[in-house]
Ligand binder design. Structure first.
Ligand code: FAD
Length: 521
């Protein structure tokens, strides 16, 4: 059992070290790069301005998928790459990635033909790493499998397989894996400037500790900009006259009680009223429905769902579900921002921009990675490190991540166990519960005092939000219930972190303010 605390990570950066690789950004992309770098033997430091996965990486649809939609767009290369990565991730983190069946209900003979054939092609592209074959199922079987679905005109369904996961838990486990392999990961550490050598090449960064305001100078041979929707801000530090490289597209999800969609199969609606794809995915005993694709002007760490996005999801769900959800039924609403490579043509719609990733190396050798998907985070890390070795004239080394177990690796987890997502740590946490096993802080969400302690002692949680949003998923599963338990979480954390009542009050206030934005009034 490893104690991973921030102060130990912090001690390491005060020493006068030259890092091989400094990664900016602690989302899926940055963590993928840092893991690839450290396991190739490079001295690696990752810094994240807020918490790991605070940005887009905790706000996904929770799918590890090849991308049926990208197949429809003809992007076979991306689907093949993502299908391979889906297979690898299912093997490397079996405690977090589940083989999930999806059903597309069909209401016309043309759709029956189109989706049956299309998904056979999807299976074929995955090759040996397929998670299972797709099959057409009768109307009767479709209704047995997804009882809450619209019956009128239903001809049957196409059942296929993809992966389903817990995004922020994977991010935390990746940080733990990096540390296990000798790397350093620091949350609440923001890059505020880049450093350049006399030859104008980047050779480090100035970072600021968000907790103390203290600044540190980090020396590094290679610097990677993996800051998602914030990449342009870092690129501006390198070249103030540089062009904008990304556009930002928002996606919203609503979380509902399972009674609205009482099935263990996920639902895929391939063509909604405005030509998008909508998923209803069972997750931690609730159902997540989304998403949208709305161009937004500003990148923010706390994006807000727009009224028309909420209405669109509720109306689409109401068109397919027999039990129609209303605003007051929404347990949580969350929005995430896609960092998409800026469109080539002005008229190009965001949903048409490729989700494949792109690497840019500037004249001063700042390596920036744009776009991509959670599913392909490992391949993105590998591609970045290959690029750095080539650009900086380093000896080529091989990636080691394709078959590397991720922290918490455990086969055969019981998905109905409320602590399943801790994988190999589950038994240790349960052992610490001792005689208090039934004392849940939240009985409905199954959150226990020990999980709060564990998050601080082993998972670098620093705030109530870290615990309720990303170490557990309370904020996304039931925002009101998460506000109710926030005071208790703050008290437990204060004891662990040696904080006073002022800290406790500030934490409760800040958390309540934030969580209120996840509730629909
Ligand atoms: C609505 C939606 C649904 C999605 N669903 C799926 C899905 O189901 N499956 C899938 O595979 N993909 C999905 N994706 C895509 C996937 O979530 C993203 O590609 C991925 O999370 C992006 O990760 P990232 O690390 O690039 O960005 P982020 O997660 O945003 O991480 C960037 C990090 O950089 C940090 N940062 C910024 N500036 C600084 C600085 N100056 N110093 C230090 N740190 C800094 C930020 O705080 C942030 O944490 C979805 C995306 C969206 C928006």
């Amino acid at each position: 059992m490893s104690i991973i605390i921030r102060s130990l990570q912090l001690e390491q950066i005060t020493a006068d070290i030259v890092w091989d690789v400094l990664v900016i950004g602690g989302g899926a992309t940055g963590l993928g790069v840092a893991l690839d770098a450290v396991t190739r033997g490079y001295k690696t430091l990752l810094v994240e301005q807020s918490d790991f996965a605070k940005g887009t990486s905790s706000r996904s649809t929770k799918l590890v998928h090849g991308g049926v939609r990208y197949l429809a767009q003809g992007d076979v290369k991306l689907v093949r790459e993502a299908s391979v990565e889906r297979g690898l991730l299912t093997r490397n983190a079996p405690h977090l990635v589940k083989n999930q069946t999806f059903i597309i209900p069909v209401y016309s003979y043309w759709d029956m033909l189109k989706y049956t054939a299309g998904l056979k092609l999807y299976d074929w592209i995955s090759g040996k790493l397929t998670l299972g074959s797709s099959v057409f199922i009768s109307r009767k079987k479709t209704l047995q499998n997804i009882p809450g679905i619209k019956k009128e005109g239903l001809l049957g369904g196409v059942l296929y397989h993809d992966g389903q996961f817990d995004d922020s838990r994977l991010a935390v486990n990746l940080a733990q894996t990096i540390i296990q392999h000798g790397g350093n990961c620091l949350n609440y550490m923001k890059v505020i400037n880049l450093l350049k050598a006399p030859d104008k090449k980047i050779n480090g960064a100035v970072v600021e500790d968000a907790e103390t305001g203290k600044q540190y100078t980090i020396k590094a041979k290679a610097v990677v900009n993996a800051t998602g929707v914030f990449v342009d801000a870092i690129m501006q530090m390198d070249n103030a006259t540089g062009k904008k490289t990304i556009c930002v597209s928002q996606g919203v999800h609503l979380v509902l009680d399972k009674k609205f969609y009482p099935s263990n199969h996920a639902l895929m609606i391939p063509e909604t009223s405005d030509g998008r794809v909508l998923f209803a995915v069972p997750w931690h005993n609730k159902v997540v429905i989304g998403t949208t694709d709305t161009l937004v002007k500003e990148a923010s760490l706390e994006p807000q769902a727009l009224e028309n996005e909420i209405t669109f999801i509720l109306e689409t769900a109401a068109a397919y579900f027999t039990e129609k959800p209303r605003r007051c039924d929404v347990l949580s609403v969350f929005a995430g921002l896609r960092p998409l490579a800026a469109p080539k043509e002005r008229e190009q719609k965001t949903k048409e921009i490729s989700r494949s990733h792109k690497i840019i190396v500037s004249a001063s050798k700042l390596t920036t990675i744009l776009g991509g998907k959670w599913t392909t985070y490992r391949k993105m890390g590998e591609d970045v490190m290959n690029t750095i070795e080539k650009e900086l004239g380093w000896k080529h080394t091989k990636t080691a991540t394709a078959s590397m177990h991720i922290y918490g690796y455990e086969q055969g987890v019981n998905w109905y166990d409320p602590l399943y997502f801790y994988g190999s740590d589950t038994l240790k946490i349960r052992a610490q519960m001792n005689g208090t096993a039934n004392q849940w802080i939240s009985d409905t969400l199954k959150i226990h005092e020990m999980q709060v302690q564990w998050a601080v002692q082993h998972e670098m949680a620093r705030t109530v939000e870290d615990v309720l949003s990303r170490r557990t998923r309370a904020l996304l599963l039931n925002a009101k219930e998460s506000i109710r338990i926030a005071p208790q979480v703050a008290q437990i954390m204060a004891k662990e972190l040696n904080k006073d009542m002022v800290w406790v009050d500030e934490q409760i206030k800040a958390y309540t303010q934030l969580a209120n934005n996840y509730i629909l009034n």
